[in-house]
Design a protein. Structure first.
Length: 287
């Protein structure tokens, strides 16, 4: 098996969690004992709590552009203290991913290529004793990442293992549109779907949107930007993920449509002849 690329100098260490400020500060305190604080990049501590698939999608988007050899810690861990294993994954460019073996690392690992899994043995870390069983982020993952960033090879802290992989739902084209689901509801309440932006015909003036199994169809405009929508109006546009996004200008589509990650979405592209009927059928709510 080919040896991984050799890292030059001390790598960056990124930190992504759903645990909030108080808990993430304790993880950073472990890291800064052996990693220069200027090499630690805190990506997010407000990932959707317990939502492993949504977090995996966001982690891939946040972390895949970092330099080769970066050490990425990701902790969204509803099974902490249970049967799931502590995991480190080595990727083709020498990057190392550290976190729970529940799939949260897998999309980024596949993006970075040729992933090799190692089950972390906490007894080999020479870390402080664990306090309870509910904070592996501080007691296992941060110490492991600190060792790795200091040059320790994965073979020294664990044995090779397979690891859990998750996949995102696959959208489906229909005769005049597409069906998929919401992957992420962002902090503005925008609903990011799994349907590629380039599936929308360029000539289409609007989209008929149905959100949720019992949602009713709404004809809304297909727009290039939020500015193109009137305040409080519902519309569809291309997101920065390259995926279609359902939004309310200066409002929250997630609240209006009572939707979030996992909600099914059905879209129909409207023809030019339908343009006069493209309206926002739900008046904006007062907030």
């Amino acid at each position: 098996m080919a040896r991984p690329p050799r890292r030059s100098g001390r790598p960056l260490v990124t930190l992504s969690t759903d645990v909030g400020a108080a808990y993430s500060a304790q993880m950073k305190a472990v890291l800064v004992r052996s990693v220069d604080a200027g090499r630690i990049v805190e990506l997010a501590h407000d990932l959707p709590a317990h939502q492993v698939r949504e977090a995996a999608f966001l982690l891939r988007a946040m972390a895949s552009g970092f330099p080769a050899g970066t050490v990425h810690i990701a902790v969204v861990d509803p099974g902490v203290g249970g049967r799931r294993a502590p995991l480190a994954i080595r990727c083709a460019d020498g990057s190392i991913l550290v976190g729970p073996d529940n799939g949260v690392l897998s999309l980024l690992a596949e993006e970075l290529g040729r992933p090799e899994g190692f089950r972390i043995d906490a007894r080999r870390l020479a870390a402080r004793p664990r306090v309870g069983t509910t904070f592996d982020g501080r007691d296992v993952f941060a110490p492991a990442a600190a060792r790795i960033a200091s040059g320790t090879r994965l073979e020294e802290i664990g044995d090779r293992t397979t690891f859990e992989r998750i996949s995102l739902p696959v959208p489906r084209r229909t005769a005049r549109g597409a069906r998929g689901e919401v992957l992420h509801s962002d902090r503005f309440g925008n609903l990011v779907t799994n349907i590629p932006t380039d599936w929308v015909p360029r000539a289409s003036p609007g989209v008929e949107v149905k959100v949720g199994a019992r949602g009713r169809a709404r004809r809304v405009p297909w727009v290039p930007s939020y500015e193109a929508l009137e305040s409080g109006s519902l519309g569809v546009l291309g997101s920065s993920f390259g995926l279609l996004e359902i939004s309310v200008a200066l409002g929250r589509a997630a609240r209006r449509l009572r939707a979030g990650a996992g909600t099914p979405v059905s879209l129909t592209w409207l023809a030019r002849a339908d343009a006069s009927e493209t309206v926002n059928s739900v008046p904006p709510r007062r907030r």
